[in-house]
Write a protein that binds this ligand. Structure first.
Ligand code: ZN
Length: 273
């Protein structure tokens, strides 16, 4: 009874390079949502081809209302809407056999098309125990917390490299090559979807090769903002200790607690600044 969890973002989908694709009011957003849904369906088809009994897809971008319901594979279930406590990982639990990260992007400060970490207008960097953590690493850590291995990530080559830093054996589907932060050379949608389906089958056919990302505590977390005004706003959270004008740090033994504090700092900085 194979159970698969899919976290689906949009920046790493083939064909997507610009805010007009990713923003709710963007002129090409509806097209990007279509491409995202088609890549999700390709992954779902691969999972069902491997005998999956249950597939849950979590819409992980922005409003988290991007997937086009009428077009989603009829046998998969999906999670939409926001806020969700685990955000891009809402719905994960220990009964899943594998997690797949679709349409992911690299962290702020790295190369990669549309790179950012959770909130491009707030976060410069997030470090845990001296390691730079983007969305891939933080979400893989949540998956690992529940004992679930991330077996496949799709996106550009820099996203794949970032994934390999944390999980050397992970499968990757590189559906586009970053030229710079707003340009890329893509596979056609059809080829990207074929690649994603094939890589899903490869990963799920070799599940015993993959290990969950186990983040060992205690966790020293450093959150660096784009400018000091954002840090000033987030300073109302009692756990935030000022390291320098743009960085807060805190310590905790629990990874999910660390994640909740990180999101709290981002939310406060983003809303009060
Ligand atoms: Zn996104």
């Amino acid at each position: 009874m194979l159970k698969i969890f899919i976290s689906a973002d949009i920046e790493g989908v083939a064909g997507v390079v610009h805010r007009e694709h990713t923003a709710r009011d963007g002129k090409e957003h509806d097209r990007a949502r279509m491409l995202m849904t088609q890549e999700v369906n390709a992954c779902i088809e691969g999972a069902f081809a491997c005998g999956a009994a249950e597939i849950a897809v979590n819409d992980s971008h922005g409003t988290m209302r991007n997937l086009i319901p009428e077009l989603i594979h009829p046998k998969a279930e999906y999670i939409t809407g926001s806020p969700k406590m685990l955000a891009m990982m809402e719905g994960i639990h220990s009964e899943f056999d594998a997690a797949i990260f679709l349409g992911y992007h690299s962290r702020m400060g790295n190369e990669g098309v549309l790179n950012h970490t959770f909130h491009g207008g707030v976060i410069q960097n997030i470090r845990i125990n001296q390691r730079d953590m983007g969305e891939f690493a933080l979400n893989a850590g949540i998956s690992g917390y529940f004992g679930v291995p991330v077996v496949l990530v799709t996106g550009c080559q820099h996203t794949a490299n970032e994934a390999h830093e944390f999980l050397p054996g992970i499968e990757t589907a590189i559906v586009k090559r970053t030229i710079n932060r707003q340009s890329a050379r893509h596979l056609s949608p059809q080829s990207a979807q074929t690649l994603i389906k094939e890589k899903t089958i490869t990963a799920l056919s070799n599940l015993s090769n993959f290990q969950p990302l186990l983040m060992k505590g205690p966790f020293l977390v450093e959150v660096t903002y784009l400018h000091s005004g954002l840090a000033d706003a987030a300073a109302i959270l009692p756990i935030a200790e000022k390291v320098n004008p743009i960085t807060h740090r805190f310590q905790t033994d629990d990874f999910i607690t660390a994640f909740r504090y990180i999101r709290s700092l981002i939310a406060i900085a983003g809303s009060l600044s």
